[in-house]
Unconditional design. Structure first.
Length: 92
């Protein structure tokens, strides 16, 4: 499973409609509006890396109102439980 985060700068009036259009793309699991240098973040989960290329170039970047994207590919997932085990040194 490939997980990626697509950071997007978008035209502000299109923010909500773009979020809905992104969710309609196969592989886009979640979309968040965020504060900071980006406006939207999409969390993508796919079976293969090659699918990510198509999703970003033919799906996301093709949507009207998206000015810029940056894609981050996740190497490893850490959950709260995993982090707790990692930092547990056995001290009571």
């Amino acid at each position: 499973m490939v997980t990626a985060f697509i950071l997007m700068k978008v035209e502000r009036p299109r923010l909500k409609s773009l979020a809905e259009e992104l969710l309609a793309i196969d592989g886009v699991a979640e979309v968040y509006s965020v504060a900071g240098p980006y406006d939207l973040v999409a969390i993508v989960r796919l079976r293969e890396h090659e699918m990510l290329n198509d999703l970003v170039t033919e799906g996301v970047a093709a949507l009207e109102g998206i000015d810029d994207t940056e894609t981050l590919i996740a190497f490893r997932s850490f959950s709260k439980k995993d982090l707790g085990l990692m930092w547990d040194i056995g001290v009571d």
